[in-house]
Design a protein. Structure first.
Length: 127
């Protein structure tokens, strides 16, 4: 199954690291990049992604706030919040928002595990 991925991070360098891991795992998956939640919404309003990878710290809405909005908009969207902030509170808030938590620096293994779980949930969800 091919999935459309939206990568949201205000750091171009961080987006490049995510893209590198994504390309190693699923080079055929289309991807779109955004620097913040508002830019991401522009893309989402044009075409709903299957997977959204969000930075935790962004200008405007943070990744946790935006993850909650995305899950309310469409619970089928698989969301992961990516952060170097590994405090239990942040991880718990990500999970409460219906998102996975992935630690920075992001590894291919962690991203691959997230994708595997996201695909399983997507296939099990009613359309």
């Amino acid at each position: 199954m091919k999935c459309k991925v939206l990568i949201v991070d205000d750091s171009k360098l961080a987006r490049m690291a995510v893209i590198k891991a994504l390309n190693a795992l699923h080079p055929d998956w289309p991807r779109v990049e955004a620097g913040n939640a508002d830019e991401a919404l522009e893309h989402i309003n044009q075409e709903l992604p299957d997977i959204v990878l969000l930075d935790f710290n962004m200008p405007g809405r943070d990744g946790l706030t935006f993850a909650t909005e995305l899950r309310q908009r469409d619970p089928r969207i698989a969301v992961a919040v990516i952060s170097a902030n590994r405090q239990v509170e942040v991880i718990d808030r990500a999970r409460a928002a219906g998102a996975a938590f992935l630690a920075k620096p992001l590894t291919e293994q962690a991203l691959g595990d997230f994708f595997e779980n996201a695909l399983k949930q997507r296939q099990a969800a009613p359309s």
